[in-house]
Design a protein around this ligand. Structure first.
Ligand SMILES: Nc1nc2c(ncn2[C@@H]2O[C@H](COP(=O)(O)OP(=O)(O)OP(=O)(O)O)[C@@H](O)[C@H]2O)c(=O)[nH]1
Length: 866
């Protein structure tokens, strides 16, 4: 350090020259004038003297000395950085004060806090005047080896830690008030130094924080994270000297670390909140909206937990499910509530219901034309019959009109109208039924009088009966020589289709599609039947009906044939058809003529839907196109999830689960075989199975491969399909696969019987036996903020499982039955606790007492046989 004059020293420290001279004299350096030079040694002597003169008893200045002592001790480390650390320390303390105030408002950003911090630093600390500080400090500082220049000396003296803090802040925070005692030059340097120190401190504290945070994670999870920061501050300073440590601790005991130092950490904490690593955050209660059904994965996503956790929970509830498995609303609700979330049940079809409810079908109820389907065995004359009727009754009435095939046509008779679905056969009929549509009112069963009842005749009867539809038998080819209508009556009676003449309720009409004989009688019979059915409709309301077929036409886009069943369909109407929607651009009748409206039982072709709907889809006219689009989208999603669900449920093993309780459970089956002999054997064996609780019902059977018709029948009747030495064709396989219907092939009859027997056994209401698994005795009870009442127990018998039901016994009397809220060993959640081990048990919805026994039991299903 350069030698300075007394005046310079006085100027530097801000004291009067006389005072310095007096102090020098007291220190034994006599006769110095203002311009005399003071050597380094003399400065040291002056410093020593000043130190001695402020002994232990000198209370007030000692406070200042304490700081200097700290400084000098740090300085003994021999680096300038040490000096900065002292300032930093003071600055730090000031921030702590601020933090103490700001503590409850952790959200305050660091940037806002900084000016406040500076202000408080500048004002709240008792200002140590240069006069009082300088005589003591100046020599000390100037004598030290670290401060070379007078400026630095002065800085060390006049820049009390208090004024340093704002200076440091001043660089970053222009708004912060600089200390009056600091010159701009000094402030600048101080700021640099402070910034440097801060950077270093930040580095250190970052390192410390890492350590602390690592430690925090291992801390007790019950401790709120904010509270944990207090001890951390104190613990963060162990490397300081003793005095400093004391000072810091004393200050921080009631004032935690600075807000700014804390802010990034808090931000990090908050960011960490979204991660599932932190157990505290993971237990956040969420509002979970649960629709009618959803997959395990979707539920996990709604709760922001891993799917594995949901699967584990489901397993605990006895439900084995994978991530893509669809679970019911109530199951999902239980899982979500178990996991501590708030559940809101949503009805996904709300939009649909609301829209459907808003459609008003009011008006005068009038009778409507019957809709007829024609079915029968191959080559018995279905097409010929339909063609004849169309030619004779439709074409004739429309002069010059070329009859178009639009899937249906309307016949005008003297007695009324009849709507014929002109896609003969079972496929169309069953396809529609499989989609749940009731498009037909009456079934015309065509049986060739020369051939009698054939396999597909039987099939047609099965279909009609399963759809609960009235049959009219058209005994065709009556013109043929070998025609034997009586034989047909006879054979059909075996199928429970009994002619009116024989006391039954089925009309038999002899017809010839070649000669036209009896056709009018047939139409009369249809109209008579329809009268009995009392078919009515409201003409005036918005239209509703069913899609008969649809296709994509190159020029016209989507063309859908629809049958209006109620109301009147008009051009320009907005139609929602199954999963599709659109505005009716044009409407054509079976003659290809444009029409503007179609009344009940009228088939028309409509143009304008967005995509092709399926045959059998119901259509409605709605008011709002946007809502129609919404509902269409919802239906698409619903169909997808229902299909998924069905695929999981329609099989032999778990079919009974989807059936109702209380009534006789029926296993529907469609059986196809290679030869008649085996078919009869199989059906009679199947009918012999079952009892009053469970039964087999063969809804469809026949000889030959499994066709599209069989598949659709199985879909509509929720059956399983059995092929005995026969296979399903491509279309049938596709339908069965898509709809999740089980298809089984066999070549040994006994295997069919065994499997079905097993399935029926599964359908028997399950019987249960109770096994006591373990007993725990309550030794102590206490309250846990997290789990409520917890019973400190010891397992006295067997093993206690968390996931099993329990009973509470008091004096060996059952006083409560319920389930466990929690099972813990020390701090860990455990799945089971063995005999002789202590554990904490939380009982849901019940307060146990010391001495109670908690009995854990299991319900074991007992196998039942037929
Ligand atoms: N003699 C006589 N032959 C008939 C009559 N009806 C149909 N046929 C004949 O029987 C054969 C089969 O008639 P279709 O109308 O094709 O029979 P289908 O039931 O529609 O047959 P698929 O479409 O194969 O199921 C044809 O050769 C017809 O000419 C009838 O009333 N009298």
């Amino acid at each position: 350090m350069a030698e300075v004059t007394v005046k310079q020293l006085a100027d530097d420290v801000g004291a009067s020259v006389d005072k310095i001279i007096q102090q020098l004299a007291e220190a034994g350096i006599q006769g110095r004038g203002a311009s005399d030079v003071i050597t380094d040694d003399e400065k040291q002597t002056l410093l020593k003297h000043l130190k001695q003169s402020h002994g232990e008893a000198f209370a007030e200045p000692r406070k200042i000395t304490l700081k200097r002592k700290t400084t000098s001790k740090l300085r003994s480390a021999g680096s300038k950085t040490v000096n900065v650390e002292v300032r930093k320390k003071r600055t730090y303390v000031k921030r702590a004060d601020i933090t103490a105030e700001a503590e409850p408002e952790v959200e305050v950003p660091a940037e806002q806090a900084a000016p406040a911090e500076a202000e408080v630093a500048a004002t709240s600390q008792p200002v140590e005047t240069a006069e009082s500080a300088s005589p003591e400090v100046a020599p000390a500082e100037s004598a030290s080896a670290t401060a070379d220049s007078p400026a630095e000396t002065a800085e060390a003296v006049s820049d009390t830690p208090e004024s340093k803090a704002p200076a440091a802040e001043a660089e970053k925070q222009p708004a912060a008030q600089p200390s009056k005692a600091v010159t701009p030059e000094e402030a600048d340097r101080a700021a640099k130094e402070a910034a440097l120190a801060e950077a270093e401190e930040a580095k250190k504290s970052k390192h410390r924080r890492h350590k602390e945070e690592a430690g925090t994670r291992e801390d007790k999870e019950d401790t709120p994270p904010v509270k944990k920061q207090k001890p951390k501050v104190a613990a963060a300073k162990p490397r300081r000297t003793e005095v400093e440590a004391e000072f810091t601790t004393a200050k921080t005991a009631d004032a935690p670390r600075s807000l700014r130092a804390k802010a990034p950490r808090m931000r990090r904490k908050r960011r960490g909140g979204s991660s599932s690593v932190d157990p505290n955050i993971a237990k956040i209660t969420r509002d979970v909206s649960i629709p009618d059904s959803l997959t395990v994965g979707e539920l996990a996503q709604k709760m922001a937990v891993k799917s594995g956790e949901v699967i584990k929970k489901l397993m605990g509830m006895g439900v084995m499910a994978n991530i893509n498995q669809v679970i019911e609303q109530d199951v999902a609700q239980m899982v979500a509530e178990e996991m501590g979330h708030k559940v809101t049940l949503t009805r996904e079809d709300a939009v649909e219901t609301e829209m459907m409810d808003s459609i008003v079908y009011e008006g005068e109820v009038t009778t409507r034309a019957p809709v007829v389907s024609v079915m029968g065995h191959v080559d018995h004359g279905k097409t010929s019959l339909l063609d004849y009727i169309r030619r004779a009754k439709v074409a004739a009435s429309e002069s010059g009109g070329i009859t178009q095939h639009i899937g249906a046509y309307l016949v005008q008779t003297d007695k009324g109208q009849i709507s014929f679905l002109d896609t003969p056969g079972h496929a169309a009929f069953t396809a529609m039924r499989a989609r749940g549509a009731k498009s037909t009112d009456i079934v015309i069963l065509v049986v060739a009088a020369d051939d009698g009842v054939m396999p597909q005749t039987k099939e047609a009867v099965q279909h009609a009966k399963s759809a609960d539809m009235p049959i009219i038998v058209a005994v065709n080819k009556i013109d043929k020589e070998d025609a034997d209508p009586e034989r047909v009556k006879n054979e059909l009676s075996a199928l429970d289709v009994i002619s009116e003449e024989w006391g039954g309720d089925v009309q038999f009409v002899n017809v010839s599609a070649h000669t036209g004989e009896g056709i009018d009688n047939l139409l009369d019979a249809i109209l008579l039947q329809s009268e009995l059915l009392e078919l009515t409709a409201v003409k005036s309301g918005p239209a509703r009906g069913v899609v008969i077929e649809s296709r994509l036409d190159k020029g016209r886009g989507v063309v859908a044939s629809v049958l209006v069943q109620n109301g009147t369909l008009r051009k320009g109407d907005i139609v929602l058809a199954g999963e599709q929607y659109g505005r009716v651009r044009a409407m054509l009748n079976e003659h290809g003529k444009t029409v503007d409206e179609a009344e009940p039982s009228t088939p028309v072709e409509i143009l304008g839907l967005n995509e092709t709907p399926e045959a059998g889809d119901e259509f409605v006219v709605v008011a709002d196109e946007r809502k129609a689009r919404e509902v269409a989208a919802f239906r698409q999603e619903k169909v997808r999830s229902e299909r998924l669900q069905r695929q999981q449920s329609t099989n032999l093993e778990n079919m009974f689960q989807s059936m109702g309780k209380g009534e006789t459970k029926i296993l529907n089956m469609v059986v196809k075989t290679d030869v008649r002999g085996s078919l009869e054997a199989i059906i009679s064996s199947l009918n012999d199975l079952g009892n009053e609780e469970v039964q087999v019902n063969v809804v469809g059977s026949g000889v030959g491969g499994i066709s599209e018709t069989d598949a659709n029948l199985a879909v509509s009747t929720n059956s399983i399909v059995v092929g005995f030495n026969v296979r399903a064709d491509g279309t049938a396989r596709k339908i069965l696969e898509r709809e999740g219907v089980e298809l089984r092939y066999y070549s040994i009859i006994y295997n069919i019987i065994d499997d079905v027997k097993a399935a029926l056994t599964g359908m028997l209401a399950p019987a249960f036996r109770e096994d006591i698994l373990g007993i725990a005795e309550v030794r102590d009870t206490f309250k846990s903020p997290k789990f409520g009442q917890v019973a400190g127990c010891i397992v006295v018998e067997g093993t206690v499982y968390r996931s099993k039901p329990i009973r509470v016994l008091r004096d060996d009397v059952v006083i409560f039955e319920g389930e466990l809220e929690s099972l813990r060993r020390f701090k860990d959640d455990v799945a089971e606790v063995r005999s002789g081990t202590e554990c904490g048990i939380g009982v849901r919805n019940y307060e146990v007492k010391i001495g109670d026994k908690i009995e854990v039991f299991d319900r074991v299903q007992i196998e039942r046989t037929l």
